[in-house]
Ligand binder design. Structure first.
Ligand SMILES: NC(=O)c1ccc[n+]([C@@H]2O[C@H](COP(=O)([O-])OP(=O)(O)OC[C@H]3O[C@@H](n4cnc5c(N)ncnc54)[C@H](OP(=O)(O)O)[C@@H]3O)[C@@H](O)[C@H]2O)c1
Length: 264
């Protein structure tokens, strides 16, 4: 049997308290990884740890991706102290948006960009010297198909995901000779609470899922994420055929795509 690329590797997951991050944690534990789980909600992180089981190496490190100084100066040091190494960072933590541009407050817009983009940038900056010590370092960015195209009511979200795409593509090119893999994952709709937790214009959460959106299961998403990372891919779109197609339609038929995504 082929050896898992995650066995005995120290994997740090942000956004591990729910959805994709939580399911990734469960899957990586099964693969024999040593885990560090982060998000703001520490009791939910403890629940994830309990679900996985007492015999697995799991450390909990609560953090707020909006608190950049804390992430940069303290949390990375604390994460390193757990196992004396970090091999893989999964940047999963993020928030979505449900508001048009004219109705979103500047502070809410900034919060979405701060968590999704700056959180990952600061964390990566602080972590790079530690990742360089690993013999197979990997950075995984859970981006979105909205890192390739914008849709209505997602100005801040889409901007943050486009920025992340540019940041990690540029960093990959810089680190080409340093043997650091960077994998951008672009999911379409995945059945999680992302829409429920999405911020409305005034900063309150939407509180319910979007109607009639569907999407792939979180288990399928995680299976595809781990497969892409194992294979050393730079960029992978995961989701239903229509979302995979959308990325190519936008690229090759941009005028037609504009019509498809307009607000009716
Ligand atoms: N579900 C989809 O359809 C979909 C599609 C494309 C991309 N994605 C991306 O996938 C990632 C995970 O989303 P999900 O679908 O799993 O949604 P989710 O269930 O809402 O999970 C979001 C995670 O991010 C964490 N988080 C939010 N704000 C944070 C902050 N300020 N500091 C630290 N952690 C924070 C949340 O934990 P706490 O609340 O405990 O902090 C939670 O663990 C996001 O980056 C999202 O953009 C999702």
């Amino acid at each position: 049997m082929k050896k898992s690329r995650f066995k005995n590797r120290v994997c740090w997951i942000t956004g591990a308290s729910s959805g994709i991050g939580k399911t990734l944690a469960i899957a990586l534990a099964k693969e024999g990884a040593k885990l560090i789980l982060s998000a703001r909600n520490s009791s939910k992180l403890e629940e994830v740890k309990k679900t996985i089981g007492a015999n697995f190496p799991i450390q909990i490190l609560p953090l707020d991706l909006n608190d950049h100084k804390e992430v940069l100066y303290k949390k990375v040091d604390l994460a390193y102290e757990f196992y004396g190494e970090i091999d893989i960072i999964f940047h999963v933590g993020g928030i979505s948006q449900r508001s048009n541009f004219e109705n979103i407050s500047t502070s809410t817009f900034e919060q979405i960009v701060a968590v999704n983009f700056w959180g990952a940038v600061y964390l990566t900056r602080a972590l790079l010297p530690i990742l360089r010590k690993s013999d197979d370092p990997i950075i995984v960015s859970i981006n979105s198909v909205q890192g390739k195209f914008g849709v209505p009511d997602r100005t801040a979200y889409s901007a943050s995901k486009h920025a992340l795409m540019g940041f990690f593509d540029s960093l990959r090119a810089e680190l080409f000779t340093d043997n650091i893999q960077i994998t951008n994952i672009l999911p379409g709709y995945v059945k999680t609470d992302l829409a429920k937790n999405a911020l409305q214009g005034d900063g309150s959460t939407q509180g319910h899922l979007d109607e009639g959106k569907g999407g792939i299961t979180v288990d399928k998403a995680v299976k595809d994420i781990l497969s892409a990372v194992s294979k050393g891919k730079s960029e992978v779109v995961i989701g239903r055929p229509r979302e995979q197609a959308a990325v190519y339609i936008k690229r090759f038929f941009p005028r037609f795509f504009e019509k498809l995504i307009r607000k009716k």
